[in-house]
Design a protein around this ligand. Structure first.
Ligand code: BGP
Length: 475
């Protein structure tokens, strides 16, 4: 990898901070959602999580010990602005200065995510959050505060984390807040978020700050189930509605015509103005953040009963006369193993995705998440032998190295995650970290940190600037 390549790891505020109700922080939509019984695994909440808020120095010391070069974390909007706009909470501002300073002091590059899903509850309750175009102004004002406070210290900004995921889960599947199930609302809310993203990138440039800025996208490269042209066409439909709908405006500054027409034919009235179109052209990203976990396989709608999985979505929708399942269906890929959570494990798909991105857009790419969620066991000697995680990461990094040799411009790699953390709907059963945190649904656990085998393995990867050299050295 190039000299300035960053080997890092990632997290998000709601998943690590805890301290949900102290030092002036306001409630977020996730605080409310996780407190409604039945929404999360065994009703786990982010009230305490792994208490990064009080233990950040201990965690950053572990990062330093590992040799981590970058740490991606998010800022909690309601910790900065308890009601989303208006009064600023100085204790929140100070907290993130302290975290950023501590990272820099320890030689670790802070990569700051501005929005990782914890919208201030007030904005949801007063005007429906992302469902209203007012969000664009409030998001811009929030960003202005962050750029003014931290702009000189932070070289990498991530605007929105996985807009595609929080939109789909929040506005179609109703599994995340605000638990809506409405295609018309989904497409408009998504569009407002896309405009908000572009507007703050434009603002960042106008403020003449030294760093780079871009969103993080959950990219699932799509495969056709077969070479039947009907399956391939279905795959193309899926690309429009699951990838290009975001990547095109982020990177090229406009939606492509096929995406727009597809949405229109679905009976959607997209609330897009000429001013929006201008904002999009001014807010192209410097790099694209990619969160990669899996690929998806697609088949055409005509031939099957596998439609059930996708059709569920339209059950309560206000628009019942269309569904994406007329355009494409999800299918199983018989060539790929899966995780315990049934996510396809596909390291080659990682490389395919990077190559597709490069050939379509030719843009610098930062891997902002990649990792394996698994059940980890702390044994009697207080060790965690997570060779399955080492295998997963090692296969993915190997493909990443290949992609670089093949011409992809990758500027960094952040695994998900450094410490174990709260997995939105899965509590602490599904763990991703290099550092085990003694934490379960029970808020009284001790929150002690233990280094897993993968901690020492990643330490070597960083030291050797990748897997290739590391493996050669060990031969
Ligand atoms: C991404 C999110 C992360 C993280 C990860 C793993 O979509 O950006 O916040 O949680 O997925 O997901 P999960 O915890 O559901 O397994």
């Amino acid at each position: 990898m190039k000299k300035d390549f960053l080997w890092g790891s990632a997290s998000a505020a709601y998943q690590i901070e805890g301290a949900a109700n102290i030092d002036g922080k306001g409630p977020s939509i996730w605080d409310q959602f996780s407190h409604i019984p039945g929404n999360t695994y065994k009703n786990t909440t982010g009230d305490v999580t792994i208490d990064f808020y009080h233990r950040y120095q201990e965690d950053i010391a572990l990062m330093r010990e590992m040799g981590l070069q970058a740490y991606r974390f998010s800022i909690s909007w309601p910790r900065i602005l308890p009601t989303g706009s208006g009064r600023v909470n100085q204790e929140g501002i100070d907290f993130y200065h302290a975290v950023i300073d501590e990272l820099i002091k320890n030689g670790i590059e802070p990569i700051v995510t501005i929005y990782h899903w914890d919208l201030p509850l007030e904005l949801q309750q007063s005007y429906n959050g992302f469902g209203n175009r007012k969000i664009i102004e409030d998001f811009t004002n929030y960003c202005k505060i962050l750029f003014t406070e931290y702009g000189e210290k932070v070289n990498y900004w991530i605007t929105l984390n996985e807009q595609n995921v929080f939109m789909e889960a929040g506005y179609l599947d109703a599994t995340f807040p605000p638990q809506e199930n409405d295609y018309q609302l989904y497409f408009n809310a998504n569009h407002y978020a896309t405009v908000a993203n572009a507007q703050v990138i434009d603002l960042y440039r106008k403020m003449k700050l030294p760093g780079k800025i871009g969103p993080s996208f959950a990219y699932k490269a799509v495969y056709a189930k077969s070479c039947d042209p009907a399956d391939v066409l279905a795959m193309e439909n899926a690309q429009e509605l699951t990838n290009w709908l975001w990547l095109d405006p982020y990177i090229t500054g406009k939606y492509n015509q096929i995406t727009l027409k597809t949405i229109e034919k679905m009976g959607i009235n997209l609330d897009i103005t000429t001013q929006d179109i201008e904002i999009l052209t001014k807010g192209k990203c410097d790099f694209i953040g990619i969160n990669y976990y899996r690929t998806q396989t697609i088949k055409s709608a005509d031939k099957t009963k596998e439609a059930v999985e996708v059709s569920k979505r339209t059950v309560n929708s206000n628009i019942k006369n269309f569904a994406t399942d007329k355009l494409y269906l999800k299918a199983k890929n018989q060539y790929l193993p899966t995780t315990e959570w049934n996510w396809a494990i596909d390291p080659v798909g990682f490389r395919i995705m990077l190559r597709r991105l490069t050939s379509r857009y030719d843009i610098p790419i930062m891997i902002t998440e990649n990792g394996l969620g698994a059940v980890d066991v702390l044994n009697e000697e207080k060790k965690i032998h997570d060779d399955y995680r080492i295998n997963y990461l090692s296969q993915h990094i190997t493909e990443l190295e290949q992609a670089v040799e093949e011409g992809c411009n990758i500027i960094g790699y952040c695994s998900w995650s450094f410490q174990d953390l709260f997995s939105w709907l899965n509590g602490y059963t599904k763990r991703y970290g290099f550092v085990y945190v003694d934490r379960d649904v029970d808020d009284n656990s001790k929150l002690l940190r233990y280094k897993k085998d993968s901690f020492y393995w990643y330490q070597q990867v960083i030291k050797n600037n990748g897997i290739k050299n590391f493996n050669n050295d060990n031969e």
